[in-house]
Design a protein around this ligand. Structure first.
Ligand SMILES: Nc1nc2c(ncn2[C@@H]2O[C@H](COP(=O)(O)OP(=O)(O)OP(=O)(O)O)[C@@H](O)[C@H]2O)c(=O)[nH]1
Ligand SMILES: [Mg+2]
Length: 463
């Protein structure tokens, strides 16, 4: 049972239509009653859940009116945190909302940490951990598809899948434990066979989930797409074309872009975090050197590289240098300036591995390019599979979940090998417990406190 009451401003800081201070905990109603006077003189602690009252916020010490406001009462357990919650809705602005917050603090509430409201919903059993994580994903989602996945997860798509996998494993544990306690009742061959089949089925289920992880992560975090190439090939022109605005400076002077520029583009539901970078070359200019160093750094972090080349100029060592540096990254080769007479052929590039090659001109508006690139990227990241999987099945969108599933799978494979090797059953039990523990990390049944703190620290204050 959580004893303290927390409060925070739940709306963004700044001017707006309304500004909300949220209180949650055993003293939420009594604190609110000390600063909020309803028009009709009722006490908030006497009204029912989901009731709204009009009134004013008044400093109880000075009697000074702070703002005209509405107070919304949600009683435990029917609230976001499953505790008593009061939301005081002021006229939007910075000062009034801060005043309400500081009065609440004076009266004994504590300032909420980031994500603490959601953490309470988890600790009070209203959400499991994967659902709590979905809340932050909803807040942060950048595309409609990302939002759909997060909402599915909040609705329990992943929790449901976890339960379906865990349940038969628990039954095996019971079976195995019983036979360990009564060794004279060795498990009959049929039962051993059934256990092996169940283990195989669970491993298969985990594989199906794991197959969605790469694309799932992209849908949640966006595809970090780095535009690279030597100077003057048209990198910034590419950014501008895809954004449909003149975001980056474009000149015919090589070395125009110094600092990297990141912009978000929604490509058929896939969030592209598109980054224009300084052209890569040796330079004596210290500012350009910094830019190039940053470009090289970004190449390391890229989920996808768009390597731009200029067909109207001879290929140089610089082009091949970039080609070499990006060899092991998911990559699309973009041959630009095809409106000018060509000085080389595609074959001159040598081996580009599996990278698709597109030819284009970015001199003028090029609406077809976005579509062509979209098709190529969708094909490369295989997100068609995720789009098909989304809606009906759970999709893994977090590295934390992926790692837990991989560990669980490892333990299940161990236990299957033990079983098939005819080794003692207590060895199987050890691996089964490990697998269940890893699966439990996803829903939060078996997660450690420090992991919890890290998860909720990603949230905003007031959520
Ligand atoms: N003819 C022609 N010119 C182009 C094309 N694409 C870009 N350019 C021109 O090439 C020059 C360089 O373009 P940018 O987009 O600034 O090239 P960049 O790769 O960003 O260059 P840096 O920032 O210096 O590395 C500009 O003058 C563009 O107008 C194209 O398809 N055809
Ligand atoms: Mg540029």
């Amino acid at each position: 049972m959580i004893e303290n009451t927390i409060c925070a401003v739940a709306t963004p800081l700044g001017e707006g239509g309304i500004g909300i201070v949220r209180l949650s905990g055993p003293q939420a109603l009594s604190i609110a009653d000390q600063i909020f006077q309803t028009k009709k003189g009722e006490k908030l602690r006497e009204i029912g859940t989901y009731q709204l009252r009009y009134g004013k916020v008044v400093d109880p010490l000075s009697g000074q009116m702070i703002d005209e406001a509405l107070a919304l009462v949600m009683r435990a357990p029917h609230s976001y945190t499953a505790e008593d919650v009061v939301e005081i809705q002021c006229h939007g602005g910075v000062v009034a909302v801060q005043e309400v917050l500081s009065l609440s603090l004076k009266l004994g509430a504590e300032l909420a940490e980031p994500g603490e409201f959601t953490k309470r919903a988890f600790l009070n059993g209203r959400l499991d951990l994967s659902q709590a994580e979905a809340v932050i994903d909803i807040v942060r989602s950048q595309t409609r598809l990302g939002l759909e996945l997060a909402v599915d997860q909040l609705e329990g798509s992943l929790s449901g899948r976890m339960k379906a996998i865990q349940e038969p494993l628990y039954q095996i544990v019971v079976q195995v434990e019983a036979s360990i306690d009564f060794p004279e009742d060795d498990l009959p061959e049929v039962e051993l066979q059934e256990i092996a089949e169940t283990l195989q089925w669970s491993i298969q289920e985990l594989n199906t989930l794991l197959a969605t992880a790469d694309e799932g992560k992209i849908l949640r975090e966006g595809l970090k797409t780095v535009i690279t190439g030597k100077p003057n090939v048209g990198k910034s022109s590419l950014l501008n074309t895809l954004l449909n605005e003149k975001r980056a400076l474009v000149t015919n002077i090589p070395g125009t872009t110094r600092d990297s520029i990141e912009e978000l583009v929604n490509l058929r539901g896939i969030p592209l975090r598109l980054i224009d970078t300084a052209g890569i070359r040796q330079s004596n200019d210290p500012v350009e050197q910094l830019g190039v160093a940053r470009s090289l750094d970004l190449l390391q972090q890229a989920d996808l590289v768009l390597h731009v080349l200029d067909r109207s100029e001879e290929l140089t060592a610089e082009d091949f240098d970039v080609m070499e540096r990006t060899r092991n990254t998911r990559r699309i080769v973009l041959i630009n300036k095809v409106d000018l007479p060509p000085l080389w052929e595609v074959e001159d590039l040598g081996d580009v591995g599996a990278s698709p090659i597109l030819e284009t001109s970015l001199l003028q508006e090029n609406p077809e390019l976005a579509g062509e690139l979209a098709d190529t990227i969708l094909h490369l990241v295989g997100s068609g599979r995720v789009q098909a999987a989304a809606g009906s099945r759970a999709v893994i969108t977090r590295t934390r979940h992926k790692q837990a599933l991989e560990k669980a799978k490892g333990s299940l494979q161990e236990s299957l090998a033990t079983l098939q090797g005819g080794l003692p059953l207590d060895l199987i039990a050890v691996d089964l417990y490990a697998a269940l523990e890893h699966l439990g990390e996803i829903t939060g049944e078996t997660v450690r406190d420090n992991v919890l703190d890290r998860i909720f620290a990603q949230f905003c204050i007031g959520k």
